[in-house]
Design a protein around this ligand. Structure first.
Ligand code: NAD
Length: 520
């Protein structure tokens, strides 16, 4: 079996492909079905955020290497697009089986490089696996339309065809799920793909790519290039790449959106968030507090759908006391520790940023109900840990409210009515998700109708849709018009060809008409 070195653990990957017996920490690119070492002289360390151990190193792929990956994808395209859809689906069917078999290894890689708990890492893999399962039904998803006899003896039909070479650029926070939002849909539609994983945690995706090839994905259909800004810019500029899927922060996403669309590419860009939970006075106390703690502090707040802000309608104090009690009981430790509730944040810089934003809240008058900034985790003293932190009496003008914190920090606000709460949420620049906690159907329906967010939860804190729906951000959380996965995802990775056919015995001698044809 292939050996992939992760810190002190050496574990194997199920396939017999070319990246076996590696002992080097350097992570190869994947070009035309081969794992190839980059000739770059520049590498970035992939660091275990709980220990600071160097897990691996990714290369800053050179321009020549990037071009060879795109060429491999371009070369693989004609025969892959002509491969029967049933065969392409079967590759996904096998792929989902292999992901299930390798779930523990994949989750361990996620935890080692990203920091989240093993259980949460399994969820990361599982939510991606569901997209692979969905891609197994691509023949139905990709169906065109047919109208018979649009004019006498003439029929029109549309075909959803693949685009060609597509690319994906991924963030660090879901190293398995987000790559799986992208390439399974793209390639099952008949496209070929170049993916750039996050430079912070490429390991899980390397394993997934190997499993996809073991499942039968032909050489060149999926390629991997590592790097940061330069390779991303090269993706935006490349004339052979037709579409880009991006997930990450707003500065990167808007840059990529502008640069790639200026080249005529399709772009879907999922970006930052500030997700609000509105708590009505009639909400079920116990389940609401559980939901707020889980969605605020789970994955150390590093989910784009984390509920980072709570707006209590009415008196917030009794709620805050309960929140505090439950948040204090959470165990912060390395994600590999079985009793850990939350792990570290991704980097020292991320920790510093969280600390700074919390302090800015305090400086502008917020009350620090729980301060996790100076937590020390026994056995993991070097880890980038931040304990659960709660700021109350926060107002919309504060920097800690306006900025995405992306750490285990829950911000508490207060509103006098549901109308006022909705106004606060709608004024925020982001619109990824929003949730209401209530026992009133009237309040829930009003919230659902008036709230400006892509994903709405009603007594559901993290309403990430399953793949038969799409992941739908709004306002500054999304740029583009076709969302990730679901029907929109298939539309994103396909273009429509409309065919008008005429099969009838044409009467001779009717003359030539130069008028615009109309239905007869
Ligand atoms: P990031 O923007 O720093 O990095 C994402 C990718 O873009 C990486 O591959 C990185 O190499 C590249 N990149 C970063 N800056 C770039 C630049 N200036 N030019 C070109 N490429 C650049 O994001 P991150 O820190 O990895 O991820 C966290 C962010 O992602 C948060 O804002 C979070 O809300 C967001 N996110 C959003 C969703 C969603 O679906 N809306 C899902 C997950 C994460």
């Amino acid at each position: 079996p292939g050996v992939f070195a992760v810190a002190n653990h050496h574990f194997s990957v199920a396939s017999e492909s070319s990246w076996k017996h590696r002992t080097s920490l350097r992570v190869p690119n994947l070009v035309g079905g081969s794992f190839v070492d980059s000739q770059s002289s520049e590498f970035i360390d992939v660091i275990n955020p709980a220990t600071q151990e160097v897990v691996s190193q990714i290369p800053l792929t050179t321009d020549k290497e990037f071009k060879s990956a795109v060429s491999a994808a371009k070369e693989a395209y004609p025969s892959w697009r002509n491969t029967p859809i049933t065969t392409r689906q079967r590759v996904m069917l096998k792929f989902q089986e292999l992901i299930r078999k390798n779930m523990d290894k994949l989750a361990l890689s996620v935890t080692t490089e990203q920091g989240k708990t093993l259980k949460d890492a399994q969820g990361d893999v599982f939510r991606g696996l569901e997209v692979v399962e969905h891609a197994c039904g691509m023949a139905t998803l990709q169906m065109g339309e047919y109208v018979s006899n649009v004019s006498n003896g003439i029929d029109t039909y549309s075909i959803r065809e693949p685009l060609g070479v597509c690319a994906g650029i991924c963030p660090f926070n879901f190293p398995a799920m987000i790559p799986l939002w992208m390439f399974p849909v793209a390639v099952t539609c008949g496209n070929t793909f170049v993916l750039k994983p996050s430079e912070k945690d490429p390991g899980a995706f390397m394993m997934l790519a190997e499993l996809a090839m073991e499942a039968g994905l032909p050489d060149g259909v999926l390629n991997i290039v590592h790097g940061t800004h330069d390779v991303v810019n090269a993706i935006c500029d490349d004339d052979d790449i037709r579409a880009i899927s991006f997930v990450g922060s707003n500065p990167a996403g808007m840059h990529i959106y502008a640069r790639a669309s200026a080249k005529g590419k399709r772009v879907q860009s999922n970006m930052g968030a500030k997700n609000h939970g509105v708590v009505m006075p009639d909400a079920n106390i116990d389940s609401t507090i559980n939901a707020l703690v889980a969605a605020g502090f789970g994955a150390a707040g590093q989910r784009c759908m984390a509920l980072s802000t709570v707006v209590f309608v009415g008196d917030s104090k009794p709620w805050e006391e309960k929140l505090l009690e439950r948040a204090k009981a959470l165990k912060v430790s390395a994600g590999t520790e079985p009793d850990a509730d939350l792990g570290p944040v991704i980097s020292k810089q991320a920790k510093e940023r969280v600390r700074r934003l919390v302090q800015s809240g305090v400086d502008s008058g917020a009350k620090l109900l729980l301060d996790g900034r100076d937590i020390v985790v026994p056995g993991y003293e070097k880890g980038n840990f931040v304990g659960p932190t709660i700021l109350s009496d926060v107002t919309p003008d504060m920097e800690c409210y306006k900025e995405e914190i992306f750490g285990p920090v829950l911000i508490c606000m207060q509103a006098n009515s549901l109308d006022e709460a909705i106004k606060i949420v709608n004024k925020n620049q982001y619109g990824n998700g929003a949730a209401i906690f209530t026992t009133s159907g009237v309040a829930a329906r009003k919230f659902q109708t008036e709230i400006e967010a892509g994903q709405v939860g009603i007594n559901v804190p993290i309403p990430v849709p399953l793949p038969f729906f799409s992941f739908t951000g709004s306002k500054a959380s999304f740029a583009g018009d076709l969302n990730f996965y679901g029907k929109a995802g298939v539309q994103f990775y396909t273009q429509i060809k409309t065919v008008t056919q005429q099969w009838k015995d044409l009467p001779g001698g009717s003359g030539v008409s130069l008028a615009m044809p109309t239905s007869q």
